[in-house]
Every structure is written in C-alpha cells, then in structure tokens.
Design a protein around this ligand. Structure first.
Ligand code: ADP
Ligand code: MG
Length: 312
C-alpha cells in the first residue's frame, strides 16, 4: 500500500475557552470560546498560514498547539503521537521539538543577559553540550546561520536593531533542532524594509533544517508569499482553508473576500480597478457551527456557507 506520510501536526476539534472577565458580562458558567472546534493538518516541511483580524484567536491556537496554554478539549497529534494530556515530565522532550517566535523580539530577549547566553540557554536547560567550548562553538554556528557575526554573542540586546534582535530569537528557536516553529506575527513589529529579509531567512532555514512552520500573520501579502496553505480564522473558527493560490484566486467565504480585498497589489492597473470591500460591522460573518465541506480538492469552506451559496 502506498500510504500518505502522516502530517507532522494534526489538530482535531481544538477548543480553548477562557472565563469571561468582563465586570458586566460575567455570569457563572459563561466562557469565551477563543478557539472553537478548530481542525487542521500541517505536512512536514510545509508552511501553514493563519490569518484573521485581531482577537480572532490566532495566537491562542498557536499557544494551545504547543501546550503553552492547555487546550480545553480536542486532540493534538505531533510527530505521530498525541500530546494533550501528557504530564509535564512527558511533555519535556516533546517541547524540544517545537519552538515559538513572537512578534516583539525585544520583549522575548532578556535585557540583562548577553545574547550568546540567551541563545545557549535552551541547551543549558536541557543539559546538552555541557562543555562551554563546545557550546560556544555551536552558538557561533547558530549566529552564522541567522546571518549574524558570531562576535555579536558578547553584546546585550539593546545594542541590536529590531531585525537583528529577531534573528537572535530565531537562533535560539533553532538551537534544539526543532521540527515545528510557530511564528506568531514574527515580522509585524519590524521596519518594512527589513521584514522581507527576516522572511527570507525563515525560508532559507526551512529548507536547510527541514522545518515546518505555522505562520500567524495579518499581512496577507507575506502569507501569500510563503505559505503552502492558509486557514482563515473568524471568531475562533476556521471559515475557509485552502492551498494558498486557490484561496487568493478563488476566495469563497465573504469574510475571506473582505480580508483579501484590503491588500494592495503592486500593479497600478490592477490597483486602479481593485474593488475594496469594506467590512460591514452590522454583518455577522460567523457560522452557526464549525463544520467545513471540501468544495474542491483541498479547499474547505464553512458548511453552512456552502448550503447558502448553492441555493443562491
Ligand atoms: P489574535 O491572536 O487573533 O489577535 P488571541 O488568540 O490573542 O487573538 O485572542 C482571542 C480571544 O481570546 C480574544 O478575545 C482575547 O481577548 C481572548 N484571550 C486570549 N488570551 C486570553 C487569556 N489568557 N485570558 C482571557 N482571554 C484571553
Ligand atoms: Mg495574536
């Protein structure tokens, strides 16, 4: 039999609720469903994009997938094994296999620690390469991999630009040779001029180190550039999921269309005729439930939306 290789990450029916904190809205037993029945797979070596407006639940999905926040329910299979319900001790070796890169590199860095020490810290925590000489050599190599001079290891975070700081965070993220990196808005805080450089670095590292990415972003141009597949998140649910090209050329969900109409195209002719769909705040783009239907190969759409569209 010619079985398909198992996806690196397989998320099924992921739910994460938070107790509602609002002083007037709070009622016992009423929770905010930040992530509401989300399912997706990421193939090895691929990049999956999560897009959606602020507060739609993208970061919570990223954090729940890495068990940084424990999911309320659902299944997460990573490298072929279920990781929800693992004890802290059992989760420890799994944690080496996935890493996160966040939006604000300076907030991730320790201002009082030399950046070389910061990059080496995961090795120390996991008791790897105990000899300082060996570790220093390895850290120097990591610096070279992310395009920094190894001599920079002795400096402190404030001595670097935002782009360099993010490179340092990426060096730390790859130190333990992970297979999955969750990048949560990794370039949003950087100058536009250096965003592409950091994205190019992530792409080069993907190839060199056989990395798989979950790439969270509201920059739809960047997502189009680097993702193999994209899931559109609205109020904690996936409303549409498709291969990138298919999603951008044939968006079916009204919310996806609104998102995509907002991106500018570097072509004055296209730009002049581009229809900018405005988000209508009186409209609810949400779905009555979280079911998706495969409308063409690999293109999934909220099932209720399919029913409506087909009768129209
Ligand atoms: P996004 O990354 O798409 O902007 P988030 O995942 O950060 O969205 O947030 C989704 C929802 O969950 C928001 O309504 C947010 O206020 C809420 N939320 C996120 N983290 C917490 C938390 N630790 N406690 C309570 N509510 C939270
Ligand atoms: Mg976020």
């Amino acid at each position: 039999m010619n079985a398909e290789p198992a996806p690196l990450l397989s998320v099924r029916n992921l739910v994460k609720t938070f107790p509602l904190q609002h002083p007037f809205l709070w009622r016992p037993g009423v929770d905010l469903r930040a992530v509401d029945d989300v399912s997706f797979d990421i193939e090895r070596g691929h990049t999956m994009g999560l897009v959606g407006e602020s507060g739609s639940g993208k970061s919570t999905i990223g954090r729940a997938v890495t068990m940084l926040v424990p999911p309320t329910s659902g299944s997460i299979r990573f490298e072929g094994a279920e990781i929800t319900g693992l004890t802290t001790a059992k989760l420890r070796p799994v944690r080496r296999r996935f890493q996160m890169v966040f939006q604000d590199p300076y907030a991730s860095l320790n201002p009082r620690m030399r950046v070389g020490g910061f990059v080496a810290e995961p090795l120390v925590i996991h008791g790897l390469m105990p000899g300082p000489g060996e570790r220093e050599e390895y850290v120097a190599d990591l610096f070279r991999k992310v395009g920094l001079d190894p001599a920079f290891a002795k400096r402190y975070p404030h001595q670097f630009s935002g782009g360099q700081q993010q490179r340092i965070c990426i060096a730390r993220a790859i130190a333990l040779k992970p297979s999955l990196i969750i990048a949560d808005e990794p370039i949003s805080a950087l100058d536009v001029s250096i965003q592409a450089q950091v994205v190019n670095l992530l792409q080069d590292l993907q190839e060199e180190l056989d990395l798989t990415y979950l790439f969270i972003s509201h920059d739809l141009n960047m997502v189009r550039h680097i993702c193999h597949r994209v899931a559109v998140i609205y109020r904690g649910r996936i409303v549409e999921l498709a291969p990138t090209r298919e999603l951008y050329e044939n968006p079916l969900h009204p919310y996806t269309r609104v998102l995509l109409s907002a991106i500018s195209v570097p072509d004055p002719l296209v730009e002049r005729t581009r229809q900018h769909l405005l988000m209508d705040p009186t409209l609810d783009y949400g779905e009555p439930d979280s079911r998706l239907t495969e409308v063409s190969t690999g293109h999934w759409l909220a099932a209720a939306r399919c029913a409506v569209d087909h009768t129209n």
